[in-house]
Structures are given as structure tokens and as C-alpha cells.
Design a protein around this ligand. Structure first.
Ligand code: ATP
Ligand code: MG
Length: 393
């Protein structure tokens, strides 16, 4: 058993000793059976949140109303959620009410896909009421119960289906596929932030190109920002040379395929509710990509980017099937005389002290000096720079 589980075992045992049931549930059990990396284990229990808080010393009220308490145990944290069912789903979104229930079976029924409806007890017994193990073996994503009903309850599950398809390189079971095709319009009820999270996981998963084809074929792509009536352009994604493996390059690929103009990148990114930092990083990649697809950058153009942007842009070129000599670019960057403006032996303040009058001239000179140093035409040395200033004043 991987250490994430052995470390968590005492948590189950402590709950059991207090007289309650407790199981590992959901993604961690799935990933254990698939031999995939497990990032966290979730625990489901018959104990109420107050009872969990009684058993453990250090707890955080994560979502008491929904039955979730986070506990800190031996340096790890675990989310422990009381068995529950959900009801309401008035607006195709999260449930209005959760009802605590006394047995695991009811809890497993509310879960989205058979492969996510698995549980494991402290002795290692797997509880599998919906043949999730069979579906793991068959490599299919299949809704628990009637797919159509499950997507009516929570339309985000349709995005989760293509997300897991991509991450696990699985196929969609036929009825699950058909139900998405028939109900894709319900996705419009879901917040962009929640859609984005699943979209990104889909887009950078190992099977993203196949999953993306399903995202297009089912009509899901019609319900997300900026993608309406863009199926022709988006159809290039499944044919890409490689799949993106970073969020930055997923967005960059989308912007290139959709031919979003430079001045519209910010708008595109904010329609998807991306952060300003993400927007700026992606814009830099796309701009540098445009540049290196047309010609070799100057040293100064390399200098004006950072290594992260350069590496991501090289990666983007490969993804889009327009490879550039990446190691040559990185070598050139690594060998720049200076990497940052502050690596220069002069700055605005020292220029003023040396007698340059305050005003736009200072910035202009500084830029000229930087450019000359970066291009290798001027040494980063006080005497040389002073002579350079005399010539350019
Ligand atoms: P990941 O490895 O990405 O964390 P995961 O399967 O753990 O995958 P989570 O989103 O963390 O996915 O959800 C944990 C579990 O909760 C799922 O395995 C599933 O059983 C259940 N679940 C999560 N979201 C939903 C949903 N929208 N509808 C039904 N069940 C859900
Ligand atoms: Mg999880």
C-alpha cells in the first residue's frame, strides 16, 4: 500500500474504535487500483462532524453544513465527510440540501462515475456497488445510475466526464456519451470558474486530444466562453502533434487556434475568469511565439522575456507542430551578458548623479545602454558605459 494510505490508516482505525464506520473513498481508491499517483485521500464516515471533532484534537471546520471536517493528523490533513445524499438540484447545480445517511451505499450512489464510487475499509476490502472495478478494467467512464438524471442534478458532471476521459485515457460509456450529447446545454447553468477547472484538467491530461474531440462532438464546446460556432478552428486540437501539459500553453494553444488577435487576448482570458497573472503570462507566450515563428529573435528580444516564457514558447511551438531550435534559443538566453536590468552596473539613480538631467532622457539612455550591453556591443563596465553616454547624449 502506498504511504499516503498507510499513513492514513490510523485515522480510519481511530474512527472505527470510536464505534463508527470509516472508508477511503473516491479518487484515491480509483488511483490506487490504477496504480496512479495519489495526491490526497478522502475519508467517508458514519460519524457526524461533531463526533469527528470529538475524536481528533486538531480539526478545521471546512464545510460542517455539508458534513466535512478537515483533521490534522501526524503532519497530514484529511477531509472527513459524513455519509450523505444530496437533494434539490433546483438549478442543475450544487444540491440545495444534503441529508446525512447511515450507510455507505447511499453515499456511493450520489457519486458521479462508477470508477469514483469505490470505497476501501481499514482492512483493505474494496466496496464496489456499481462495478467500478469492471469499468476500470474496461477503461470506461460511466455515470452511476441513469446518466441523464445525474447530469440534470449537476451539469458540471458532463465536463468531469471528459476531464477523467483525458486524465485516465479512458472512453465514455455509450449512454453516458449520449446523455451528454442530449444535455450539453445544461452546462450553461454552471459557473465559468468551475467549468474552467475541469476544462484545464481535460486540456492538459494525457488523453486531451481524444477527450477534446468528444468535448466538440457532444456539443459541450458550444456552452463555454468564446467557443461558440468555432468548431472548425477547434477541430485542429485533436490533430496536434503533442498535447499541452501546462495550463499556460493550453490557453496559448486555444488563442492561436481561434486566431484571437493580440489586443483581444486579455478579453478572451477574462471571459474564462483567468487571473491577471495567467493572462499576462499567456499573452507573453503568444507574442513571443508570433515572433519566433517569423524570424530569429534578437538578443534584446530574448532579454525582454524570462526563461519560463522562453521554455513555454518552445514547448508551444512543438505542440503546434512548428518546432524551433529550442536548445539554441536557451543557450543564447543563458549566455546573455545580463539577464535583468538590475544586473547593469548603472541605473537611473547613478545616471542622475553622474550629471544627466532629470527627465525622459534618463530612461532613454538606460534603455540604449541595456540594449547595447545585451547585444554585446558594450561592456557592462562603468568606464565603457560613461564613454557610451558621452556619444549618445
Ligand atoms: P482528482 O484526482 O482530480 O482529485 P477525484 O476523483 O478525487 O479526482 P474530486 O473532484 O476531488 O475528484 O472529487 C472527489 C470525489 O467526490 C470523486 O471521486 C467523486 O466520488 C465525488 N464527486 C466530486 N464531484 C462530484 C460531482 N460533481 N458529482 C458527484 N460526485 C462528485
Ligand atoms: Mg480529489
Amino acid at each position: 500500500l502506498p504511504t499516503v494510505f498507510t499513513e492514513a490508516l490510523p485515522v480510519l482505525e481511530k474512527i472505527n474504535q470510536a464505534g463508527y464506520e470509516a472508508y477511503f473513498v473516491g479518487g484515491s481508491v480509483r488511483d490506487l487500483l490504477l496504480n496512479r499517483h495519489i495526491h490526497d485521500v478522502d475519508i467517508a464516515t458514519s460519524a457526524y462532524p461533531m463526533e469527528i471533532k470529538h475524536i481528533f484534537n486538531r480539526t478545521i471546520d471546512t464545510g460542517i453544513k455539508h458534513g466535512t471536517v478537515t483533521i490534522l493528523y501526524n503532519g497530514n490533513s484529511y477531509e472527513i465527510t459524513t455519509f450523505r445524499t444530496e437533494s434539490g438540484y433546483q438549478d442543475y447545480r450544487r444540491p440545495d440540501h444534503v441529508t446525512f445517511v447511515q450507510n455507505l451505499s447511499e453515499d456511493l450512489k450520489r457519486r458521479d462515475f462508477t470508477i469514483n464510487a469505490l470505497a476501501m475499509d481499514a482492512s483493505g476490502n474494496i466496496i464496489d456497488h456499481f462495478d467500478g472495478i469492471g469499468d476500470l478494467r474496461r477503461h470506461v467512464i460511466k455515470a452511476v445510475g441513469v446518466a441523464e438524471n445525474r447530469f440534470h442534478e449537476d451539469a458540471l458532471r458532463m465536463m468531469r466526464a471528459v476531464r477523467f476521459m483525458s486524465q485516465l485515457e479512458f472512453n465514455l460509456e455509450e449512454k453516458t456519451y449520449q446523455a451528454i450529447k442530449d444535455n450539453h446545454h445544461l452546462l450553461s447553468k454552471i459557473s465559468i470558474e468551475r467549468i474552467r477547472e475541469e476544462f484545464v484538467k481535460m486540456g492538459i491530461g494525457k488523453g486531451s486530444r481524444r477527450a477534446f474531440q468528444v468535448f466538440l462532438d457532444t456539443g459541450l464546446s458550444q456552452e463555454v466562453p468564446c467557443f461558440q460556432d468555432k468548431k472548425d478552428l477547434l477541430s485542429i486540437f485533436p490533430k496536434l502533434t503533442f498535447n499541452p501539459t501546462t495550463e499556460e500553453n493550453l490557453w496559448a494553444v486555444m488563442i492561436v487556434l481561434l486566431k484571437v488577435a493580440n489586443q483581444d487576448i486579455a478579453k478572451f482570458m477574462s471571459k474564462w475568469k483567468n487571473s491577471n497573472a495567467m493572462e499576462r503570462q499567456v499573452a507573453r507566450i503568444v507574442e513571443f511565439f508570433d515572433l519566433i515563428s517569423s524570424r530569429s529573435p534578437t538578443n534584446y528580444e530574448l532579454f525582454r522575456n524570462d526563461l519560463k516564457t522562453i521554455l513555454l514558447t518552445i514547448d508551444l511551438s512543438n505542440i503546434l507542430g512548428q518546432p524551433v531550435n529550442g536548445s539554441a534559443l536557451v543557450d543564447r538566453y543563458e549566455n546573455l551578458p545580463i539577464k535583468k536590468q538590475k544586473d547593469l552596473v548603472v541605473n537611473g539613480e547613478t545616471l542622475l548623479k553622474s550629471g544627466i538631467p532629470a527627465g525622459p532622457k534618463v530612461g532613454y539612455l538606460l534603455q540604449k545602454i541595456t540594449q547595447a550591453v545585451v547585444e554585446g556591443e558594450l561592456d557592462n563596465d562603468l568606464d565603457a558605459i560613461n564613454q557610451f553616454i558621452l556619444k549618445h547624449e
